[in-house]
Design a protein around this ligand. Structure first.
Ligand code: SF4
Length: 376
């Protein structure tokens, strides 16, 4: 085995590890971005940042992070928070399950450990939302525990360093990658090393155009040596999105509109608020669906008005087109079923409720049209 092969990552040559860490750490000290969660070792702050950064760009997270920490500066503050306020602060970041897990986890840790974040991976095994990556990222950065991390950027760097061709989503590739990430860890500055690996992937070893001439690892990078670094690792083309057609309805009664709360167990946007909406049936028009959905999901009879707005948005692999109508309440009382709760509120009160981004766009469009006047 030469000193930079890693066919069996558990037996990573010590020389490679000793070569890699100082180079990566020197590069990190010079080139890391100035991010608000980088400059202290508070596990709670690191944890919040890591959860927000899942599936979300750094540029988007920064403002949310500062607002969230200003409102909930400690784990104890978050543990005592109201879920609706947490969701409202999270609004626009997406993947709201992360926010609910963060809150559940804060309550659990507060109950078990009195508001401190335990420096022990075993104590965190059954905590909601704390998977291997997040747990190891927090513990390595806050307490310098020798724990590896693996996420999109570090996966790319490791795969290229060793010219691994497998799709990283396969079980075999994942196992190899975890072993490699662990085998390469230094004995000190583990948190910085983990961050450096991710930062190199984010800034230099990018998916389409890795900037190999500026990379501190290029002299031992097998993908660079191959002349086609961007070919590693193999990527399966994404599945084309599925088109979904939806109708929604803003029901007015006098100066108020009806807002309904999604079920706590919904797959997405659980416990958040919205205007009633749902998918079209086969052969149904948007207008027919709007009337049907109002009846099925709220128990109310309505008189449908004109089209208010069409909103196009993507959720995971779905591309959704939502056509929203105005409607006037005619009769009936709200019946809890799909929606658990309903409120009649003045449009200006919408600001206080956590809603999804497309629903916030709809609320803003309501505000832009004449929110004070009656529509019919
Ligand atoms: S040399 Fe190029 S391919 Fe290799 S790790 Fe650096 S940027 Fe990535």
């Amino acid at each position: 085995m030469n000193d930079h092969s890693l066919d069996s990552p558990g037996e990573a040559p010590v020389r490679l590890r000793r070569w890699l860490a100082p180079r990566l750490l020197d590069w990190f000290r010079l080139h890391q971005r100035d991010l608000p969660w980088r400059w202290d070792r508070d596990p709670y702050r690191i944890w919040v940042s890591e959860v927000m950064l899942q599936q979300t760009q750094v540029a988007t997270v920064t403002a949310y992070f500062e607002r969230f920490l200003a409102r909930f500066p400690t784990l104890a503050d978050l543990a005592h928070a109201d879920e609706q306020e947490v969701l409202r602060l999270w609004e626009g970041l997406g993947y709201y399950r992360r926010a609910r897990h963060l809150l559940q986890a804060a309550r659990l840790l507060h109950a078990r450990h009195g508001g401190t974040f335990p420096a022990d991976p075993e104590a965190l095994r059954d905590v909601p939302g704390l998977g291997d990556y997040t747990r190891n990222a927090v513990l390595s950065q806050a307490f310098d525990l020798r724990l590896p991390i693996l996420e999109a950027n570090s996966i790319r760097v490791l795969s290229r360093l060793f010219a691994r061709t497998e799709d990283p989503r396969t079980t075999t590739a994942r196992r190899w990658l975890w072993q490699a990430a662990e085998a390469l860890l230094p004995t000190r500055e583990v948190g910085d090393f983990n961050q450096a690996l991710m930062e190199l992937g984010a800034l230099v070893c990018t998916p389409e155009k890795p900037n190999c001439p500026t990379c501190p690892l290029r002299s031992r990078c097998q993908a660079h040596a191959s002349g086609q670094p961007e070919a590693f690792p193999r990527r399966t083309p994404p599945t084309p999105p599925t088109e979904v057609r939806e109708a929604g309805v803003v029901i007015r009664r006098g100066e108020q509109v009806l807002l309904v709360q999604r079920p706590a167990e919904a797959d997405r946007w659980a416990s958040m608020w919205e205007f009633p909406h749902g998918q079209l049936h086969e052969g149904e028009s948007h207008e027919q669906a709007a009337v049907r959905l109002a009846g099925e999901r709220t128990g109310l009879t309505i008189r449908l008005g004109g089209e208010l707005q069409t909103i196009r948005h993507g959720v995971t692999r779905f591309r959704i087109t939502l056509v929203c109508f105005e409607a006037e309440y005619e009769s009936g009382e709200f019946v809890a079923g799909y929606y658990h709760r309903a409120v009649w509120i003045a449009p200006e009160e919408l600001q206080a409720y956590p809603v999804s981004s497309p629903q916030r766009r709809l609320a803003r469009s309501l505000a832009q049209t004449n929110r004070q006047r009656r529509l019919f």
